[in-house]
Design a protein around this ligand. Sequence first.
Ligand code: KG4
Ligand code: ZN
Length: 324
Amino acid sequence: MYILGIETSCDETGCSIVEDGRIIHSNVIASSLKDHAKYGGVIPEIASRRQLEFINIVVQESLSQAGLRWTDIDAFSVTSHPGLIGSLLVGISFAQGLSLALNKPLILIDHIKAHLYANFLTFKGQKQEIPDLPCIGLVVSGGHSNIYQIKDFKNFKLLGQSRDDAVGEAFDKVAKILELGYPGGPLIDKLAKQSKGQRIPLKCAAFPDSFDFSFSGIKTAVLYYLKAHSHDPDFNKADLAFSFQESIIEVITRKTIDACLKTKNKAIVIGGGVAANSCLRHHLTEEAKTRGIKVFFPPMILCTDNAAMVAGLAYYFKSDRVTE
Ligand code: KG4
Ligand code: ZN
């Protein structure tokens, strides 16, 4: 079964064709990221206009790269929520049009759960270890920081979430405070590597006995530290980036491992843009290994927004079609 998926929840326009929920035949992504950089964040109006410009080209390219024809497609899927309303509208309208014109079902997909599903995909011709279910899922993106127990692909139990900023949002805001640019996550990741490990005491709220997070306070702590110390002779911006990143990654690692141990799961799957963070990849993998837990990160291209995750997850909802 070939499902053509469309993703337009934010500033990426994606289209992908996935066979039987597993094998990626094409994965095309266009992005308006550069248009937002000078504003230090995504401008919804610009994002939705770019979606409109890209969508047709991206969908045609995806079909052509897969070497398939419209008649080969068995169903369509699209991200229905959460996301920027104008951007979502472009993808949903386009997918609805395809579904009606070709008389094939349309399946609506939750973007957050799709991020976790990226761990269960394989590119055509490649081999990849697929995690066993049930497992723990950690979504760390620009909009969400959630821990789930995934019993099966229709059964995600929310165990914890951020009570304020999402982790990617905190990275982006701190990068703005440090005048690094946008998007901030990769820039902080890179700058932190220049630190010799001089730790500045910065803490995230702990919320004992809960798997919830808070990333807003530490962002303010970075701002106050910078105001008080930026003229000190030994001030080093890299140490501040390093300390912020370490504190955030420590709390994410600890809570995710605790959730896994408490629910007696043996594997953790990660999704979302912050899954590209080198410190998270290292810490979580090392900490999990000592406890006999396996950790799965999607390949980099499937960490950030893409449509393969939307086409893949839709396979499990193929009977829940929305055609009207
Ligand atoms: O999942 P995503 O592409 O879009 C959303 O659905 O939000 O995630 C984007 C977020 C941005 O906040 C970006 O700064 C962050 O992922 N990000 C990173 C890294 N690469 C991207 N954060 C930390 N370290 C990275 N290497
Ligand atoms: Zn996303």
